[in-house]
Ligand binder design. Structure first.
Ligand code: DX5
Ligand code: ZN
Length: 224
């Protein structure tokens, strides 16, 4: 069984108590804190910047996975790296020079990834595989938590899994395959079977009263 990772999105946390909400999901068994950055330009919503990342960094040793939904991206990369991000991902449409933005993330000591919207073709990763630590597939259109999983994402996951496995077999390089949007206890097994190893879940975890019970239920589905 591959090492599956659960990444609660703090977008759905009780933001009046963000610090506690971060600590609570990690205590409940989360591997990663997924940090959604929106700019009301690339996506029609507005969330958190580097100062918020800096504020939660001392509260946990869990991986902080910064998902940039901003345009342009480059100016924010050093700021999030300094604020304690471990992984920084961005959408190829939001960068004039994808290769350069990926290199910038890595130069700042973070793992780098590309994010694919439901309609963004996967071939955009083909010539930068050597600079990727993560591929993130959106299974909703970005901008809001609580949307419904788009089933076509399963086909896309299978294609992405195949590309990554081929590249890993050739080079030995590990690339995580993350899925984001509409992940729930009742569809996580099917999503894993299509190839995802890292699962963002916002409303499915923060919308329930017992985070540990929900994360345990997700892991039980993944073990099936
Ligand atoms: C959407 C964000 C997601 C979102 C997921 O633009 O990237 O991370 O918070 O929320 P759920 O799990 O509720 O679909
Ligand atoms: Zn996200």
């Amino acid at each position: 069984m591959p090492p599956f990772r659960i990444a609660p999105s703090i977008l759905s946390a009780n933001l009046a108590r963000l610090g506690e909400e971060v600590v609570n999901v990690v205590d409940a068994g989360a591997d990663i804190i997924h940090f959604d950055v929106m700019d009301n330009h690339y996506v029609p919503n507005l969330t958190f910047g580097p100062v918020v990342c800096e504020a939660i960094r001392p509260l946990t040793s869990a991986i902080i996975d910064v998902h940039l939904m901003v345009k342009p991206v480059d100016a924010l990369i050093p700021a999030f790296a300094k604020a304690g991000a471990n992984i920084i991902t961005f959408h190829p449409e939001s960068s004039e020079h994808i290769d350069r933005s990926l290199a910038l993330i890595r130069e700042h000591g973070c793992k780098a990834g590309l994010v694919f919207n439901p309609a963004t073709p996967l071939h955009l990763m083909d010539h930068v595989m050597d600079k990727l630590d993560m591929v993130l597939l959106m299974s909703v259109n970005p901008g809001f938590g609580g949307q419904k999983f788009i089933p076509e994402a399963l086909n896309k996951l299978r294609t992405a899994r195949h590309k990554i496995d081929e590249y890993t077999a050739k080079t030995g390089k590990e690339i995580w395959l993350e899925i984001d949007g509409g992940v729930k206890v009742d569809n996580i097994a099917e999503i894993a079977a299509a190839g995802a190893d890292t699962f963002v879940a916002g409303s499915a975890i923060y919308g329930t009263p017992d985070y540990k019970a929900t994360i345990d239920a997700m892991r039980a589905e993944l073990a099936k």
